[in-house]
Design a protein around this ligand. Structure first.
Ligand SMILES: Nc1ncnc2c1ncn2[C@@H]1O[C@H](COP(=O)(O)OP(=O)(O)OP(=O)(O)O)[C@@H](O)[C@H]1O
Length: 260
């Protein structure tokens, strides 16, 4: 195989007393779609934020495109796209203003961005609201605009945190196909989500983080063969040691019904 696009060595991150990441090691190669999964609080977003330089202060090493990201050179970010789980959009702007602004931040020519942005908005069925303020958009419309903003500059490495949140079934189909085609063209995708059936289908490699450590790493078929379970959801339950959803639900419902 070629050199990895992304290398993480013995990554440790602590917030106060809380050790969130406990020695992560990873090599990710061009064209892979990584499904990055794990229970709430496992440390997924923390890993992504460290790789993007949005969170600092860690032990270990992160290399992206062969460059140590701690060396102060942020040039590597030009080749990265990011859809955060919770986005701070400048939603007083129209999509045209917002996307032009983002494109210019990446050093693109404003006329080129405008043309590309309207074409991408059209493909997502949003041409009619291109000049409308984003704060009047529905959740799915905002999410599509965010997806477009992450791809405008044709990045080589894409970090996606719950990217299909709010997208309707048809749009999800388009988006899954976009990811497959981007990967075929050599883009690398790091996809973090709780929607197991989508992760199962789109990922060429699945990495399961539990309590700050990688507990599974392989293709869906490899994980299935190792864990003798049918779906990714079941493998997730098994590897995170969880089998009490019924009991917790019963207690929850009983508590809701308690007389106050
Ligand atoms: N800025 C912060 N300050 C203190 N603790 C933090 C901070 N950010 C994250 N944490 C803690 O780090 C742990 C991991 O959080 P993280 O957001 O990485 O989890 P996650 O796997 O992305 O979870 P989720 O699936 O809920 O999005 C949690 O215990 C969280 O409270």
């Amino acid at each position: 195989m070629n050199e990895p696009i992304l290398t993480i060595k013995n990554l440790n991150k602590t917030y106060g007393e809380n050790q969130v990441l406990k020695g992560i090691d990873l090599d990710i190669y061009q064209g892979q779609i990584i499904g990055y999964i794990g229970p709430n609080g496992a440390g997924k977003s923390t890993t992504v934020k460290l790789m993007l330089g949005l969170e600092v202060g860690f032990n270990g090493e992160i290399k992206i495109f062969g460059q140590d990201i701690s060396n102060g050179d942020i040039e590597y970010k030009r080749r990265i796209g990011y859809v955060p789980e919770v986005a701070e959009m400048y939603d007083n702007l129209t999509a045209q203003e917002y996307l032009t602004f983002i494109g210019e931040l990446y050093g693109m020519d404003s006329e080129v961005v405008k043309e590309k942005a309207i074409n991408l908005m059209k493909l997502f069925g949003l041409e009619d609201v291109y000049h409308t303020r984003i704060n009047s958009y529905s959740k799915g419309m905002k999410q599509k605009t965010l997806i477009i903003s992450s791809l405008l500059h044709n990045p080589d490495l894409l970090f996606l945190d719950e990217p299909i949140s709010g997208l309707d079934a048809n749009s999800v189909m388009i988006f899954k196909e976009i990811l497959a085609q981007l990967a075929q063209q050599g883009k690398t995708i790091f996809y973090s989500s709780h929607i197991m059936d989508v992760v199962e289908k789109i990922s060429s490699r699945i990495i399961l983080l539990n309590n700050g450590q990688i507990v599974a790493d392989g293709s869906f078929d490899e994980l299935k063969a190792k864990n003798k379970e049918g779906t990714l959801e079941e493998i997730f339950n098994q590897l995170t040691g969880f089998d009490e959803h019924k009991e917790i639900a019963e207690e929850f419902v009983a508590t809701v019904q308690d007389e106050v």
